[in-house]
Design a protein around this ligand. Structure first.
Ligand SMILES: Cc1ncc(C[n+]2csc(CCOP(=O)(O)OP(=O)(O)O)c2C)c(N)n1
Ligand SMILES: [Mg+2]
Length: 353
């Protein structure tokens, strides 16, 4: 016998092209101008926040920072669509989702300024930023397992990069999500780079979304710089997961229009011209063009939004810079219920200084 025992396909969805024009009939979101304007405003606010964070780092007022320049649409949609009692399990570029989920801008500054209190915003039920690549995928599966066991209509949502999909943690997390039918959504923010490793050196797979197939869950690709595509795919995945239809992987295609972090210099490895080519596809201008065409946006509104956002960010900076320093002993105080001896002596030393 010789027969095909499995076939699969991975869809790619885009609604709004880089010129801000609809390439197919727009989804539900197009009939909700308030939501569209809100999504636009968040993206603009986050971009202004982002520029300020880099300026703070460059002037010695913050340790390091991972920019979200060019990725804004993915995180903006996630933060907008998730319900309050869902749990978000972020990586380090998800500022847009964080600020919509009870993490204040000054908290994000604090975190990157080395103050862990920034990760513990009041009223925030989400997990702290995960820096160990792909570890958060497992945390999302764990949280989703709890939701399932308790019969709660809640979903765990996690975001991670293209590079993270090479890690065992990612495969283990989606495997268990498939076999246990977990209410989880795994969003890959495919920005084509993992620090200096380009996607083609990262993996031989045709799409990252198809890795989901091996775990027995749905995988799809969307234009992650198109809020319509991201919104349609993510809303559906989230509600499907909530209704017990299982986990999904969404590969959101984007591009990192910045250095990996402020500790990196991408001009040392990024091919000439690649940045300029990809700037044309960034998410904010595209939605702006669409909103203007629809008569929903104009220069006066843009100027007012930018002014308001600048003031909001400046206020957050002030709060961040004036925050009393956390005691150095905080470094060890929240790690164990009972401090091991080795840390006891270190704690004593921290106290002395
Ligand atoms: C387990 C682990 N290995 C290595 C690193 C160092 N590191 C930090 S970011 C990064 C690249 C991640 O790339 P990707 O998953 O594509 O996410 P992106 O930064 O592009 O959003 C690496 C290797 C780490 N933080 N954790
Ligand atoms: Mg990447």
């Amino acid at each position: 016998v010789s027969e095909t025992v499995a076939t699969f396909s991975i869809p790619y969805t885009q609604y709004l092209n880089e010129e801000g024009k609809a390439v197919q009939e727009l989804p539900e979101l197009a009939r909700d101008p308030d939501a569209l304007l809100e999504l636009y405003r968040i993206m603009v606010r986050v971009r202004i926040f982002d520029a300020k964070a880099i300026a703070l780092q460059r002037t010695g007022k913050m340790g390091t920072y991972a920019s979200s320049l060019g990725h804004e649409a993915i995180s903006t949609v996630i933060g907008h669509v998730m319900r309050k009692d869902d749990v978000f399990v972020p990586c380090y570029r998800e500022h847009a989702a964080l600020i919509q989920r009870n993490t204040r801008m000054e908290d994000i500054f604090s975190y990157w300024g080395g103050d862990e209190r920034g990760n513990a915003a009041e009223g925030c039920i989400d997990l702290p930023v995960a820096v160990p690549i792909a570890s958060q995928c497992l945390h999302a599966s764990g949280i989703a397992t709890a939701f399932k066991l308790r019969n709660e209509p809640r979903v765990a949502v996690t975001v991670f990069g293209d590079g993270a999909t090479s890690q065992g943690d990612f495969y283990e997390a989606i495997n268990v999500a498939g076999v246990w039918d977990l209410p989880a959504v795994f969003v890959i923010s495919n920005n084509k780079w993992a620090i200096s490793v380009p996607l083609e050196k990262q993996t031989a797979t045709q799409t990252l979304a198809q890795k989901a197939i091996a775990a027995g869950i749905t995988g799809q690709q969307v234009d992650g710089n198109d809020v319509f595509a991201m919104h349609a795919a993510f809303s559906k995945a989230l509600e499907d997961a909530r209704e017990g239809k299982g986990a999904q992987v969404i590969e959101a295609m984007t591009y990192r229009l910045c250095d990996h972090t402020t500790a990196d210099d991408a001009s040392r490895y990024r091919p000439e011209g690649e940045l300029q080519t990809n700037e044309k596809f960034e998410p904010i201008q595209r939605l702006k063009t669409y909103l203007e065409t629809e008569g929903l946006w104009d220069d006066a509104k843009e100027a007012a939004l930018k002014e308001e956002a600048q003031a909001e960010v400046e206020k957050a900076v002030e709060t961040y810079l004036n925050r009393p320093q956390a005691p150095a002993t905080d470094m060890v105080d929240y790690l164990f219920a009972e401090l091991p001896d080795a840390l006891k002596s270190q704690r004593k030393l921290l106290q002395e200084f």
